[in-house]
Design a protein around this ligand. Sequence first.
Ligand SMILES: *[C@@H]1O[C@H](CO)[C@@H](O)[C@H](O)[C@H]1NC(C)=O
Ligand SMILES: *[C@@H]1O[C@H](CO)[C@@H](O)[C@H](O)[C@H]1NC(C)=O
Ligand SMILES: *[C@@H]1O[C@H](CO)[C@@H](O)[C@H](O)[C@H]1NC(C)=O
Ligand SMILES: *[C@@H]1O[C@H](CO)[C@@H](O)[C@H](O)[C@H]1NC(C)=O
Ligand SMILES: *[C@@H]1O[C@H](CO)[C@@H](O)[C@H](O)[C@H]1NC(C)=O
Length: 386
Amino acid sequence: MAAPLFTVAASLLVCATAVTGTIPPKAVSPVVAKTTDYGDLVDPGLNRDSCTSTLWSDNVLWVCRDTQQVLSNGSIGHQLVANTASFSSLPSSRSHHQQLLLSSPEPYGTLFYPFQQDECPANGCGDNVCGPGICGPGSRWIGWPDTTPLVVARDPFGTGWVDAYGWMAKQRLDGLTVLNATGNVLFRVTSRVSGEKKLPTTTFVDTFWSPTEIGYGTAAHVIHEEFAYLYGGTPNAELAVARVNLAGGSFENRKSYEFYVNGTWTRKTPLFTDPGAILPNTSAKQGTVYWSPKWKSFVWIGGDGFPDANGLISTAPKAEGPWSAPIQFYSGSIGNGTLPAYSLVAHPGLTDGTGDYIFISWTKTHPDPATGFAVYTQPLVRVDWK
Ligand SMILES: *[C@@H]1O[C@H](CO)[C@@H](O)[C@H](O)[C@H]1NC(C)=O
Ligand SMILES: *[C@@H]1O[C@H](CO)[C@@H](O)[C@H](O)[C@H]1NC(C)=O
Ligand SMILES: *[C@@H]1O[C@H](CO)[C@@H](O)[C@H](O)[C@H]1NC(C)=O
Ligand SMILES: *[C@@H]1O[C@H](CO)[C@@H](O)[C@H](O)[C@H]1NC(C)=O
Ligand SMILES: *[C@@H]1O[C@H](CO)[C@@H](O)[C@H](O)[C@H]1NC(C)=O
């Protein structure tokens, strides 16, 4: 009986394909059932911008942007480290929700992703701050990761052995004005010991995507079935996607990458300006892509940029789309700083992986009365879907 049934189903499928060209995906309707406020991330002694997270071995790795010390008198220090990392546990349950503690085994001052020789790697001083990457007044290389490292292999026996990759843009800024954009760097990120005593090691692999290419992997990434999908921003602030086959490919070899351009996967690297690389309905504002078993769908969650903390969601049956028009599912509180809120991201690594719920966080700022520096807080919220 099974065989004839299969044949009927298959021919129906062929029919539907012939008529419509594609099999219409089942519509996904993300509806919020409940939100639970976990308070702000706790970062003892540190003032940190824009943190993202990923499940590491049996803990969570956080990578944040600009990190300053909170001095003993409560003011923010003038030393600035462009990116730092921490570990945390998984969040407590919804019924006993508590603030999540981020802690680092390393003293303040350690860069997670090092600067290259052409990025003023020594401790320079600008108008009000000093740190690696700062060349002088009005000139700093930012070293701001937009997303966490992508974990590509993890020892299942709990020895703490993790292999990951991180991609980051090389940009020199004056304030928020881009002076130079000199391409994108690939880092190997590895742990060989378990526990929280040692942060992963980051190793520069190569300047991977040139300034005339898309920074694949810098904006978001997701692993699903046999591929890792790597997203990068396009000139109109949408996303483009590349993929690497996990079985046969190497992230360190450009030949392993395929690019989605003009409606098909190709080995030809598109130019940054190729309109055929743009995925309609996507946004390169900081955000996160993950796979939801609940919806059998790829999910993008991100913010709408300054000044709000509005959470937007979009879904797609395939990593390359078609992506649904983003809808707003959440509106978070904002601060009273110059940039009141931004960097709304999702944290799939903090969940059980079912897609029944997600964690989101964003960055709120208010001015430090003594120095005028932005003080960052990052609320963490659990969103349960209907
Ligand atoms: C705290 O100390 C720092 C460094 O000495 C100083 O710049 C800052 O103004 C002090 N803050 C307050 C509130 O006194
Ligand atoms: C950055 O741009 C300036 C011009 O704005 C140029 O003179 C300089 O060589 C560039 N630096 C790098 C590292 O590309
Ligand atoms: C995509 O199509 C455009 C317009 O036909 C073309 O200029 C471009 O080279 C194509 N891109 C690739 C990577 O084939
Ligand atoms: C963008 O989203 C809208 C609403 O879901 C949809 O109608 C439209 O087809 C999408 N655009 C593309 C190019 O997929
Ligand atoms: C700005 O926000 C901070 C933190 O919530 C608060 O302490 C401060 O009073 C606010 N300042 C103004 C001018 O509202």
